[in-house]
Design a protein around this ligand. Sequence first.
Ligand code: NAD
Length: 499
Amino acid sequence: MDELYHFIDGQRVKGTSGRFADVFNPATGEVQAKVPLADASELDKAVAGAAKAQIAWGATNPQRRARVLMEFVRLLHRDMDKLAEALSREHGKTIPDAKGDVIRGLEVAEFCLGAPHLLKGEYTDGAGPGIDMYSMRQPIGVAAGITPFNFPAMIPMWKFCPAIAAGNAFILKPSERDPSVPLMLAELMQEAGLPDGILQVVNGDKEAVDAILDHEGIGAVGFVGSTPIAAYIYERGCANGKRVQCFGGAKNHMIIMPDADMDQAADALVGAGYGAAGERCMAISVAVPVGDETADRLIEKLAPKVEALKIGPYTGGDDVDFGPLVTAEAKQRVAGLVESGVEQGAKLVVDGRGFNMQGYEDGFFFGACLFDHVTKDMDIYRQEIFGPVLSTVRAQSYDEALGLAMDHEYGNGVAIFTRDGDAARDFASRINVGMVGINVPIPVPLAYHTFGGWKKSAFGDLNQHGPDAFRFYTKTKTVTARWPSGIKDGAEFVIPTMK
Ligand code: NAD
């Protein structure tokens, strides 16, 4: 069995804490590697190396830093198949979806090629007599990222690409469920010309996370994962005086208006609800048809499509729609929630509970489930399921549908399917959710816009990637400079104003 490692100061480093976690192949259920879980002393070494290396990196001109990312993009393309295979083997998603995971991260690396432009400050010529004022964006120093299992390539890249382009060193603590791709990414960055120490991968669990949150040498922490952990990390990191941004869970609604193209809506729901086995923070997990007639038409189109979904291992060929869940516990949790939905009175139109993947009986597969007549008080509506389960909540009016999405505690993504521009416009304007799709089921903004939810889906005030990332990973310094031109005033005791 493989023993994984940390990547510190340009080297593969064995774990010394004596603690390890199992890394599974979710398709077979076998343990394929063990990953070391760092303790505070291992983290400390990584931070010390990062802080040392950051001084020269922060002083390197931004164009040269961006060129490292340019080469990194080339290497990602070169190793795409290898990365996708390693990703699918630990996560379970299909190979085309694993490539999408890499590409969505790569696109942020491409955006960061504009770092020299994004890091420019502001300048006021003649703010007063002989006075100029200008601001500069300077790196924080050492930043850290704590990332989830469900996008082991994309989210680490969303974090480290802008942080490093902005002149920081970065400590990545990836998910212990699928750490191989993050390790491969760090080695590719090194091959692309990144100096040793600027990207350190420290594997671990809560112990390593707590060490990050308490470490005085780390100035900023970016997190993505479930909401309870996001809240915890936000509180503890902020209490320690760090800059913290945390992105949490989701319950994304898709509203289907009576005038929507029902075939298009049903196709969108199948892809967005069941792709990656529903293990996406932008998955649609709630369908809200407006009016019973719309609901009946939708379910009639949706049910056969859900029944026809092809589930299989990532090695199962191009027609596999989705793979297993990430762990046996995840499968058990999803099964428990489906059971609760039945017990609490929802109608299970497509029942995936008995699904058996022939030849992969020990894998963590779970069949696609479709619920109708779900109500607001049910656990399957209130909780994020993170599995291949779509709940249909019937609304009697547009306002009721809007209210459902507005009242839910999560606010990551939302979509409306309609042919009515007025309804779509009203929806986009009033909804209290961070990312909105109009006839688009998974409205993940592109790299040059920013990604972030509202309500319990995000903590902190800046989004991921886009210009916000450069704000998050830099501090603003404003300089007021005066070069007196012969006018020598005496001492001034009153605060200067522009009166
Ligand atoms: P998770 O919260 O279990 O783990 C995320 C990270 O936190 C991992 O690195 C893990 O090691 C660490 N962690 C776990 N428990 C911890 C604890 N008690 N103390 C400190 N650190 C801890 O999340 P996950 O299961 O890996 O990912 C799925 C979740 O992530 C879902 O809720 C999903 O919606 C969310 N997610 C959100 C976004 C977003 O941008 N909003 C994107 C992707 C995933």
